[in-house]
Design a protein around this ligand. Structure first.
Ligand SMILES: Cc1cc2nc3c(=O)[nH]c(=O)nc-3n(C[C@H](O)[C@H](O)[C@H](O)COP(=O)(O)O)c2cc1C
Length: 366
């Protein structure tokens, strides 16, 4: 049996052994943006999950662009040194390639950790000023952001480039820009959050202008050999918001701008959004984007079983599959999927005896 999920794929010059990706997952465990021992354990574990690529959580390009006080950043030398330690660990012990998601939280910044409420920080919780395309809060319990000036936009664009430069220096195998979940770049693209009266609104083209400026600036700095992609939104799930058609238009523009892949997610543009959740609920968005834009596409969202992931790739709905919660539940998800689908997967030699297919007849030697 040949598995499509376990077939290799190449993004720019990066060769991946299979199409399984660990989705970026905020851990809210950083110290002023710097990775901690938690990240050593968490990412070290996922580096041996069988996924060919692990994408490090949303890593913010400015201190004020962090979602919470615990979010990862790549805006200082300390941040870079802390991440270097984690990467060295993952490379030493793990099998996966390592990507990073670069982000700016925009009007969703200055929030509490999820397990402390997840709402906007109170003034006595060291809150900070947030920035966004327009001075419209994400929800009643969040801060009203300041509408960005052209200077702010220049600074944010340059911060993305600077963090991408640090990511390259760290040797990340892939870089992904966060253009989804209601964070800054998505909030420029959605008519729900962008009410500007300048050239950064007025039409779908105007709303894409600033995100595409950021993409172009980062692409100009990142060598073509290194895959650069984006996580985009398939739908705002709101009347008047972004639609699957908008996602396809965006993906075409990103391909044109030289990006190597997209990951299609959805939701998060306001605190009110309700999503019709179900197995593979975002896969139709990925399928449409892949078909219409012709760019390597990753599907994500309630993909939990190996058979489900295999079918999505076999049926040509996506080129890669990202998993988040299923990987936390079973950090060897890729190993189990390989057994189920009759495929080979890399394991560290210390755990080779957990691989009956690789070692048929190997006796337990205590
Ligand atoms: C703990 C946690 C943290 C997350 N952090 C991020 C993040 O940093 N960036 C991002 O784009 N998505 C983030 N997400 C969303 C996931 O990457 C993924 O898109 C979503 O959970 C749906 O996939 P799943 O059904 O496999 O969990 C997070 C999800 C979880 C559960």
């Amino acid at each position: 049996m040949t598995s499509a999920l376990f077939s290799p794929i190449k993004l720019a010059d990066l060769e991946l052994d299979n199409r399984i990706v660990v989705s970026p997952m905020c851990q809210y465990s950083a110290d002023d943006g710097s990775a901690t021992d938690w990240h050593l354990g968490h990412l070290g574990m996922l580096a041996n999950s069988g996924a060919a690529l692990v994408v490090v959580e949303a890593t913010h390009v400015e201190r004020r662009g962090r979602i919470t006080h615990g979010c990862l950043g790549l805006y200082s030398d300390d941040n870079e040194a802390a991440l270097a330690r984690v990467l060295a660990h993952c490379r030493r012990i793990g099998t996966a390639k390592l990507g990073i998601q670069l982000a700016h939280a925009g009007r969703k910044a200055s929030s509490q950790l999820p397990w402390q409420g997840g709402l906007g920080l109170k003034q006595n919780e060291d809150a900070w000023e947030t920035i966004a395309p327009s001075a419209i809060a994400f929800g009643n319990a969040w801060h009203a952001p300041r509408a960005m000036s052209r200077d702010d936009m220049d600074r944010v664009r340059d911060a993305f480039v600077s963090s991408a430069r640090r990511a390259l220096r760290l040797g990340f195998d892939a870089i992904e820009l966060h253009l989804a979940h209601g964070y800054l770049l998505h909030s420029f693209m959605s008519p729900i959050s962008n009410h500007r009266t300048d050239e950064y609104n007025g039409s779908a083209e105007g709303r894409l202008r600033f995100p595409l400026e950021v993409v172009a600036a980062v692409r100009a700095m990142v060598p073509r050999s290194v895959p650069l992609g984006a996580r985009i939104t398939g739908s705002d799930w709101l009347d008047g918001g972004m639609t699957p058609d908008d996602a396809a238009v965006l993906a075409k523009a990103l391909k044109q701008a030289g990006l190597d892949f997209v990951c299609v997610s959805s939701g998060g543009i306001t605190s009110e959004v309700k999503i019709a959740l179900g197995p593979g609920y975002q896969v139709p968005f990925a399928e449409k984007v892949r078909r219409e834009a012709g760019i390597p596409t990753r599907a994500v969202g309630l993909i939990a079983t190996p058979q489900q992931a295999e079918a999505i790739v076999t049926e040509g709905k996506a080129d890669m599959i990202a998993l988040a919660r299923a990987m936390l539940d079973d950090p060897h998800w890729g190993w189990r999927a390989a057994q189920v689908l009759g495929a080979e997967v890399k394991r560290p030699p210390q755990y080779a005896r957990a691989a009956p297919k690789l070692w048929p007849g190997a006796a337990y030697r205590g």
